[in-house]
Design a binder for this molecule. Structure first.
Ligand code: SF4
Length: 279
């Protein structure tokens, strides 16, 4: 029987890890990289790139694939915008991705805090390119308008999986709502619009193609496709490991469909080589 394909994960270089972790500790910041135990830390840290997670590290949702802690949202840290800007300056980043846990407990779901972080970064590092990977803000239009008004380089929201699996994989989210958020971003912002899909959760390739088509139809032009890896045994199991040839093929298909930038590979994550995608 053919052995399932299991990607080899390179351990982060302790020195580079220390540099980033010291700065994160100094400015009391969290990264998705650490919170989600991302397999690409070695590469990203070596390029002094990281994806910052704002609004605490406790999410008010509990997606079955995600390693981030779920529970009551934490107190919003009013120093976070300036701390984030200082850390980004200290890391001398040219491109930064800022994301957050979901905060269904906040009136605006965290949109004003996102905008405050963007303003602080733009004031501190004017030449930087900012990508926001946002929650769905429950399709609350004033919150989406706040995000759009922050005028960043790229706006992303992850669809994560195909329509049939969405309810079991992202129980507090909604497949159609995520499409509407992306459509709203594409309609009202100048930013490039990006989304991400994981494979290996039980989807068929036909379902994957359908989801790609639906993302394209609402205005998404940048896409990442990566292999789901189980963070712990209590998380969603891996239904399938895809061969590397599959990622090459689906990448070609995505371009043929009309996507302008595609990153596809077993270790690809939504912020992987974010600064390269769609350059
Ligand atoms: S919304 Fe889901 S994927 Fe995002 S941080 Fe929360 S649990 Fe994780």
């Amino acid at each position: 029987m053919m052995q399932p394909f299991k990607p080899k994960v390179k351990a982060p270089n302790p020195k580079e890890l220390q540099v980033i972790q010291k700065i994160l500790a100094k400015y009391r910041l969290t990264t998705v990289c650490e919170a989600a135990a991302c397999p690409n830390r070695a590469e990203c840290y070596a390029r002094q790139s990281a994806t910052f997670m704002i609004l605490g590290n406790t999410c008010t949702r509990s997606c079955s694939f995600c390693n981030v802690k779920s529970g009551r949202g934490e107190r919003v840290d009013s120093d976070e915008p300036s701390n984030l800007a200082n850390a980004i300056a200290a890391l001398n980043l040219a491109y930064v991705v800022v994301t957050s846990v979901d905060r269904d407990d906040l009136d605006d779901y965290g949109a004003a805090h996102f905008a405050a972080c963007v303003r602080a970064i733009q004031q501190r590092v004017p030449e930087i390119k900012i990508e926001l990977l946002t929650p769905d803000f429950r399709l609350h239009k004033p919150s989406l308008d706040t995000i759009i008004a922050s005028d960043v380089h790229k706006l992303a929201h992850n669809q994560e999986t195909v329509r049939r699996l969405s309810k079991s994989v992202r129980p507090q989210s909604d497949y159609e709502r995520s499409l509407k958020v992306l459509e709203y971003y594409a309609k009202y912002s100048h930013a490039k619009i990006k989304s991400s899909l994981m494979v290996g959760l039980g989807e068929s390739v036909a379902e994957l193609r359908e989801s790609m088509r639906e993302l394209l139809d609402v205005g998404v032009r940048e896409l990442t496709i990566g292999q789901y890896l189980q963070p712990t045994p209590k998380h969603h199991c891996v239904e399938k490991y895809y061969e590397s040839a599959f990622f090459e093929d689906i990448k070609e298909e995505a371009f043929a469909m009309g996507f302008e930038a595609v990153a596809s590979g077993a270790l690809v994550r939504s912020s992987y080589f974010a600064e390269e995608l769609g350059r």
